[in-house]
Every structure is written in C-alpha cells, then in structure tokens.
Ligand binder design. Structure first.
Ligand SMILES: [Zn+2]
Ligand SMILES: [Zn+2]
Length: 305
C-alpha cells in the first residue's frame, strides 16, 4: 500500500496507489501524488515494471504520474510502459510530457483506454489475467481483478515409475489430462497420477466507488481485496452523495465476495487520528480481522501449494 488517504494527503498518508509484486514483475494500480517517494521507500523493483492501471481521472489517483514518468525517463528506461485507464488518461499524460515542449522520451508509452461501460479483460498472459469492471463514482471509474491462471495439478512421478509409464511424451499427455496405453495394454488415466488443478491467486482493487455489485463480482473468492472505505457511519449520507463507501459497506463487499483478506483504504482525513479506531470497529463488525491500510503496509500472499 503506497498511498492510503482520500482526496488530500496528511502527514502520514499519501494519495492512492498500490503496488503489486509477483514473481519479480511489478505492477502499479493508481498513481496519486507522492507515489514515487513511497516507491523509493518501499524499494519497488523497477526491472520488470511494464503496466500501470488507473481507476479514474480524479487528481488524487493520477497526479503522481508526471513525476514518476519523468524519473523513469531519466533512469534510461528503454522498454515500453503500458498505461491502462479510462478515456482521457492518454490526453492527461501527453499533456504532462508535452509541457512546455515535448519531452524526449527514451521509452514508449502505450495507452490502453476503455470507456465508462467497458467490462472485460485488459491484459492477459499465459500466467495471469487482469479484468476491469465499472464501479459507481462521480466520474467513470473501474475496479480491477488481477488473477493468476490455475496451475495444473502435481504429477506424481514416483507413482508413474511404479506403473511403468515411460519417460517421454506419454508423461506430457497425462499431465495435460489425457490417457495413455502402455505396451502391455494397460490404460493409465491422468486422474490416477495428476492431482487436482491448483487455483491461482487473485487480488482485487476497488476504488473509488459507492457500494456496488461489480465490486463483489471482481472480488469473488479473492485472496486480497483492497477496497475504499472513505467514511464511517457518521457520514453515510456524505458517502452516498459523493459516491464513496463507508467502511461498513466495503466490509460487506468483502464478506459477500468471500475474500480471504480485506484491506480498507482511501480514508477521509477526518479519521486520520483517534477516529480511525471508530472506523476499524465499524468494519470489524462486518469483516473481523480486516486490515486498516497504512502507507507502506505490505500484505503477502502465500505461494500456491
Ligand atoms: Zn479518490
Ligand atoms: Zn474519485
């Protein structure tokens, strides 16, 4: 968690940004002001950093882009950077890079813009997929789900030896779920040797948004959900007006989605003090064991068994 305050920073909290680091590859979700200072403190690995996902165009989620892109450029980055976000993100970034005259960029920025109603896959590789769905906010906003592909079940090599499965393409056939016939006529099925597929891990990021069904869908069964929790019960009316969530609503999304870990973030500055405990207890009453985000909080996902 890089920035955890809503709208304006405080002494302890910067503006929205979350880093996801997986198998040496790094991703950024939102890039509020101050993000690059937090990235430095967090020792964010930039070696395999190819994608930034932007939820919406409010300043507290994008004003860190100028500084970060400038630093990446001075760092002699050569490989492209992909920025995924709502229509308008390209215009904003190009303005920054074009002011007062076009920056000489050493690397390419590739924009992948989607419209307000877009729902679907924004990035897919053989290892993972990132999906976006619209949320409910005063500007078009999208939540994201980063999901690893399922991993085939474990192949029991010693049992294969015992059964007399030869080394060679036969083992590949079994690993892919097929059946083979041995020389003596015995048939071996994958189910005898290959365990059940192991579910990939999932991370969901939903901000800024009022309570909405798409957040539940994005977060379904996720290992970690980061969801905005701008207000407490005392300001439930304001949450409605401004299309934000109370922590109780965010915790309800987490509970309904059956997530393993719920991280509340994007707190209104008025709670950044003793009132934070009030917020926590309102969230706890719905989702016991929730985490109240702090800048530089790290949440680790256990490796797939
Ligand atoms: Zn915001
Ligand atoms: Zn917003």
């Amino acid at each position: 968690m890089l920035g955890t305050s809503s709208a304006v920073p405080t002494a302890r909290r910067g503006l929205s940004s979350v880093a996801l680091i997986r198998e040496g590859e790094s991703f950024l979700f939102d890039c509020g002001e101050g993000t690059q200072m937090r990235l430095i403190k967090a020792e964010f690995p930039r070696r395999k950093f190819h994608h930034i996902f932007i939820t919406h165009l409010h300043g507290d989620h994008i004003f860190g882009l100028g500084g970060l892109l400038s630093t990446l450029n001075l760092g002699e980055r050569e490989y492209p950077l992909h920025i995924h976000g709502p229509i308008g993100i390209a215009r904003f970034v190009n303005f920054l890079l074009g002011f007062p005259r076009p920056a000489r960029m050493g690397f390419e920025i590739l924009f992948h813009e989607f419209d307000a109603r877009f729902s679907g896959t924004v990035l897919e590789t053989p290892e993972y997929r990132v999906e976006a769905m619209p949320l409910v906010h005063t500007l078009p906003a999208h939540g994201f789900r980063f999901e690893e592909m399922d991993i085939p079940g474990r192949f029991d090599a010693s049992l294969a030896d015992t059964l007399g499965v030869p080394f060679g393409p036969e083992r590949g056939v079994l690993q892919r779920g097929g059946s083979i016939t041995l020389q003596d006529g015995r048939v071996v099925h994958a189910a005898e040797l290959v365990g059940p597929a192991r579910r990939g891990r999932a991370f969901a990021y939903c901000t800024d948004t009022a309570y909405c069904e798409n957040a539940v869908i994005l977060a379904r069964g996720a290992d970690v959900l980061v969801h905005e929790a701008t207000y407490g019960d005392d300001l439930a009316e304001m949450a409605k007006d401004r299309r934000h969530s109370t922590i109780r609503e965010a915790a309800t999304v987490a509970r309904r989605a059956g997530v393993k870990q719920f991280v509340a973030t994007h707190f209104s500055t008025r709670y950044d003090g003793p009132l934070m405990e009030q917020l926590r207890s309102e969230g706890e009453s719905v989702f016991p064991g929730l985490l109240m985000a702090k800048d530089l909080l790290r949440v680790s996902l256990p490796p797939i068994p």
